[in-house]
Design a binder for this molecule. Structure first.
Ligand SMILES: Cc1cc2nc3c(=O)[nH]c(=O)nc-3n(C[C@H](O)[C@H](O)[C@H](O)COP(=O)(O)OP(=O)(O)OC[C@H]3O[C@@H](n4cnc5c(N)ncnc54)[C@H](O)[C@@H]3O)c2cc1C
Length: 399
């Protein structure tokens, strides 16, 4: 279903774009089952790794539909930029999530009841047929419809009473589109932590309607439990540091957060290019091979495209020792600086900044105009960003 190439992403966009208007708005909430998701674009694995850019998707949709008929689809695409920007304003959320996850993984070892309930949930053995079906679909395909993700997360938190972080981790290490911002923030949104006190309760009638009668669950929680967490600090607007290159002799580094380096506005072509992926697990638990392979092949695809477009050979490294690899490469290529696409909050940012901190040359992060324009509007609720969408589309020349 999802081949990690730009061609496959474009092909999917072309086959979907005619439906991105009123048809999408009317049918997008229906989850007809695995292999039956043509009512939504299913572009998320490619968009997540930027094998296709939000700008391309929005421009293509705007060329075929009026804003009013495609508004629903367009605003869904902006939800991704919203969550990315929201996390940029509050990086501590990612730190807390990782810390809590580590503690809960330890608790699984000492708490037999928690461990039994957790294993039943991820193996699809809870006896709640829709939930068990989605657990299996996720593991088998690496994808779930948005509505199924909402129902699944809600049942996980409020009916099964499992910690939300363990559920977010189960998604993150199985989804082809597993993303630190979209995934963590969406789980927090369902849990009532994103908009304080506003949680999402999965209703049996809603599940029955929108799964076209495939499921009629009983015994689901009717009330949300209030989850607690420490007060968040005041959001800090994302900074966009200088992108001045100290020298022409720089190396370009690619990673899983952005696999379209050939579309960057660079002052001059780099002297060398390096594509880095990491085979180590995404969390304390193992990563599904479907998700791991999609990511490493997406980075490889970036390297191949860049080489073809520029003629510059790109070294492709799938190895966890980024510090050593970078040091050897910088020395052998005699580089004066490194450049990379802006690293959003998440594990790749942490890993690459750690590796670069041991080098004596600067790392220049190039922020895409789309992120530079969207993120500042993601300080609070989505409504604040939604009001800006027509203006953003015009500013970015996407309509
Ligand atoms: C609990 C939970 C976890 C999620 N985890 C992820 C994740 O790890 N990665 C991820 O990309 N999305 C995540 N989502 C958001 C959403 O479910 C998927 O983006 C969407 O289902 C992907 O299918 P699609 O491409 O057919 O979407 P479409 O409906 O066709 O939407 C088009 C594009 O808009 C973006 N988008 C749509 N809805 C959302 C949303 N609510 N939040 C952010 N972006 C959105 C995606 O890039 C998507 O490809 C999560 C949602 C929930 C409720």
């Amino acid at each position: 279903m999802w081949e990690p190439t730009k061609q496959a992403a474009n092909k999917r966009l072309q086959s979907f774009v005619s439906k991105a208007g009123k048809i999408y708005a009317a049918r997008r909430n229906i989850d007809a089952g695995a292999g039956q998701h043509a009512n939504v674009s299913q572009l998320s694995p490619w968009i997540r790794h930027r094998l296709i850019l939000e700008e391309n998707v929005l421009a293509e949709v705007s060329a075929k539909h009026s804003f009013s008929s495609a508004e629903k689809y367009i605003s869904e695409v902006f939800w991704r930029g919203y969550f990315k920007g929201w996390l940029e304003h509050r990086p501590q959320i990612w730190t807390w999530y990782k810390r809590n996850l580590t503690q809960q993984a330890q608790q699984l070892e000492s708490d037999a009841d928690l461990s039994r309930r957790y294993e039943a949930a991820i193996d699809g053995r809870t006896g709640i047929d829709c939930f068990d079906h989605w657990a299996e679909e996720l593991v088998k395909t690496g994808y779930l419809h948005n509505h199924a993700r909402m129902w699944f997360a809600s049942i996980w938190i409020f009916t099964l009473r499992l910690p939300w972080e363990l559920g977010a981790d189960f998604f993150y290490r199985n989804l082809l589109d597993g993303d630190p911002a979209s995934n963590t923030c969406s789980w927090r949104w369902v849990a009532g932590l994103h908009t304080k006190g506003k949680s999402y309760i999965a209703r049996p009638a809603n599940i029955e309607d929108f799964t076209l009668g495939r499921f009629k669950p009983t015994g689901l929680a009717e009330q949300a439990i209030a989850l607690e967490e420490p007060e968040l600090s005041v959001p800090t607007p994302p900074q966009f540091p200088s992108e001045d290159f100290p020298s022409d002799r720089y190396g370009l580094v690619f990673h899983d957060e952005d696999c379209a380096p050939e579309t960057l506005a660079l002052p001059n072509l780099p002297s060398a290019a390096l594509a880095l992926s990491d085979p180590s697990p995404r969390s304390v638990f193992s990563t599904a091979s479907l998700a791991r392979d999609f990511t490493s092949n997406a980075v490889r695809e970036a390297a191949r495209t860049f080489e073809t477009d520029t003629g510059i050979q790109c070294v492709d490294c799938n190895d966890s020792n980024w510090s050593e690899i970078l040091e050897d490469w910088v020395n052998s290529e005699e580089l004066d600086a490194l450049a990379t696409v802006r690293l959003p909050v998440g594990p790749t940012r942490k890993r690459l900044l750690n590796a670069c901190s041991q080098l004596s040359i600067p790392l220049i992060e190039i922020t895409r105009p789309y992120d530079r324009a969207v993120w500042p509007h993601a300080s609070h609720g989505f409504f604040g960003l939604r009001k800006q969408i027509p203006g953003l589309l015009a500013e970015l020349e996407l309509c």
